[in-house]
Design a protein around this ligand. Structure first.
Ligand SMILES: C[S@@+](CC[C@H](N)C(=O)[O-])C[C@H]1O[C@@H](n2cnc3c(N)ncnc32)[C@H](O)[C@@H]1O
Length: 264
């Protein structure tokens, strides 16, 4: 049964503050690069969580509005913003003054409380797979962008392989009961086009991660099912998921995608 993301993320908020995966500098730098930011830009970061993406963009632009549906995530983000502001935090830019240009706001991605054409860039990282109606969320992102503005998305993804697609979506559903679907790059292309974007770039990448990425913080029943899925894989399926073992721990590939759309 799918549950509301607020329920899941209210409990995980402090974890996201420090999560190495979510602070991945190479990914954040690439997103900033793909956005082709200008110092005058006004940026909307949708489903910002604790603000890692907003903080990565902040030193390069005029203003970042960082929105999320979970108040606890926004509260953690605001703590980070203040800590960086007062101590010139290492992770979020050394220019103390610049972190002042991030503002956190409570908002549902499906119903953004902003004027039409009021942003130059919209970002959304590692969150779209939670949206119950991704097409409605994309229409909203399109509406608030100015013509010529860029949408930059980074999210979990799956390759064009039915088995890998079904298995990774099942594992993520067990890891996080607010999971809806991680999409193939072909689905991203058509969803962006349907929402009115010209697709400028699609970049797929993988990360080889321990099984604990799925089992950490998860109830025992779901952990048992995750372990059963992995134990039941045949050789071809293990190859398809790139399952390996190191120091007694199982690893497998996670697929990700970065997508850039330009509003026509
Ligand atoms: C995995 S976290 C990612 C956070 C952040 N974008 C990052 O990259 O670090 C997913 C976030 O999506 C938020 N979220 C899920 N559904 C949402 C919705 N409909 N509207 C706004 N935020 C949502 C959750 O509250 C959570 O903070």
């Amino acid at each position: 049964m799918t549950v509301l993301p607020q329920t899941v993320f209210a409990q995980r908020a402090s974890f996201y503050t420090t999560s190495a995966v979510h602070k991945d500098k190479a990914v954040l730098d690439r997103l900033v690069q793909l956005a082709q930011v200008q110092p005058t830009d006004r940026v909307l970061d949708v489903a910002t969580g604790t603000g890692h993406t907003a903080f990565a963009f902040a030193p390069h632009v005029r203003e970042v509005i960082a929105t999320d549906i979970t108040p606890e995530m926004l509260a953690e983000g605001e703590k980070l913003r203040l800590a960086a502001h007062h101590s010139a935090g290492v992770d979020m830019g050394k220019d103390e003054g610049r972190i002042a240009n991030v503002e956190f706001r409570l908002a549902d991605a499906h119903d953004l409380p902003f004027e039409d054409e009021s942003f130059d860039i919209v970002t959304c990282r590692r969150a779209a797979h939670h949206f119950v109606d991704i097409r409605q969320a994309l229409r909203e992102m399109h509406r608030v962008l100015r013509p010529g503005g860029r949408l930059v998305i980074d999210d979990r993804s799956v390759p064009a392989d039915d088995f890998v697609d079904a298995t990774l979506n099942r594992l993520d559903g067990l890891h996080d009961r607010s999971h809806v679907r991680e999409y193939r790059s072909s689905e991203w292309r058509s969803m962006l086009q349907d929402a009115g974007f010209t697709v400028e770039a699609i970049e797929l990448y993988t990360k080889h991660r321990p099984l604990s990425a799925f089992t950490n913080g998860v109830e025992a029943e779901s952990v048992a099912e995750i372990e059963h899925i992995i134990a039941s894989l045949n050789d071809a399926q293990r190859i398809a998921l790139n399952v390996t073992e190191k120091d007694g721990e199982i690893y497998l590939d996670h697929w990700y995608v970065m997508v850039v759309g330009v509003k026509d």
